[in-house]
Design a protein around this ligand. Structure first.
Ligand SMILES: [Zn+2]
Length: 332
């Protein structure tokens, strides 16, 4: 029996310990004669007429802190559900879904890519409509360079996530997703599609309103910079671009949390000599602080979904938010 990476073993243990978790194996990824599962878990309300919030981590295996942030939320919710009647009530109104480790082999190997050296966030079947950032935007030159898009079509892990999100979209009244990454910049970013085009996502007005509500609700937690990803850098094959492409899909808000890891490196420069150190806090107090830092945002997303405030925006509010968003992010 192969030893699973720690975070994957923790997930398997949670599923055994909490029978109310509805777990599914979305894919089994073979690597060195062992098959590593991509697992989803769900809890909360059932039925197609409830909002859903999805938390995703580990698309890039080396970005362990993203997996840990998502797992810490899941563990906290499971523990609190034993006594917290407010949380129990909340979960009668929404469905929660988690895919904490999209790329188990990347986690095992401590790499950004999967076992085939493919960067899953450059591997979705979608081409950028504008010129992409050189190399970082995704490349098919060599699997030995980073940001490799692959030559064999869509990888198993990418396909598993795409199919799962499409099912959630179909089976929920609305879907907010938060995909946790780390490794870019000094500050924490919240990005949304598109990464490969100047177009506006259908739910642009809702995303702008979400940010406004978050800032009004938590004025002392304004450490996120919200923007379309195309304003930062452009890429091919972004999974969330692909999923946000269908028209008239106003009830899907795919958000990416990009934790600014350069600030950890700045405070502890020796981290640059360790590959994982470029993407994860190495000192324990900094890791704990990071796990704490995003709790408010994640609970806000759950509360917001349960309120159906975004689903019930009237036309006037929607137009106002949409025009504010256009002015802010898309004015030439
Ligand atoms: Zn990443």
């Amino acid at each position: 029996m192969e030893t699973l990476p720690t975070e994957l073993q923790t997930l398997v243990d949670l599923i055994e310990r909490y029978p109310q978790l509805h777990a599914r194996t979305l894919a089994k990824v073979e690597f060195k004669n062992y098959r590593y599962p991509v697992i989803s878990v769900e809890l909360g309300a059932k039925g197609c007429d409830v909002p859903c919030v999805l938390f995703v981590g580990g698309v890039h295996g080396v970005e362990v802190i993203g997996i840990q942030v998502i797992m810490a939320l899941l563990e906290s919710i499971l523990s609190r559900l034993e006594w917290d009647s407010q949380l129990q009530l909340l979960l009668t109104k929404i469905k929660l879904a988690f895919v904490p480790i999209v790329n188990p082999v990347g986690l095992l190997n401590g790499t950004r890519c999967n076992g085939q050296r493919v960067d899953l966030m450059r591997n979705a079947p979608i081409e950028a409509e504008t010129k992409v950032t050189f190399l970082v935007g995704g490349q098919k030159l060599s699997s030995h360079l980073p940001w490799y898009r692959g030559h064999q079509g869509v990888e198993q892990e990418t396909q598993a996530l795409i199919q799962y999100v499409e099912q959630l979209k179909t089976n929920s009244s609305s879907l907010i997703s938060l995909d946790a990454h780390s490794g870019f910049g000094m500050t924490d970013h919240i990005w949304f599609p598109f990464a490969g085009s100047n177009r506006q996502i259908q739910s642009l007005g809702q995303i702008h309103y979400l940010e406004q509500l978050y800032h009004a609700s938590y004025p002392h937690h304004r450490h996120y910079s919200f923007s379309p990803q195309s304003l930062i850098y452009r890429t091919h094959g972004d999974i969330w671009d692909y999923l946000a492409t269908p028209k008239n899909d106003k009830s899907f808000l795919p958000l990416t949390l990009e934790m600014g890891s350069w600030s950890w490196v700045k405070k502890n420069p020796r981290q640059v000599f360790n590959f994982a150190g470029l993407f994860n806090p190495q000192k324990q107090h900094r890791q704990v602080r990071t796990l704490r830092k995003h709790t408010v945002l994640m609970h806000f997303l759950m509360d917001l979904a349960a309120s159906r405030e975004l689903e019930n925006m009237n036309l006037e509010l929607l137009l106002k938010q949409n025009s504010a968003a256009l002015n802010r992010w898309f004015r030439c």
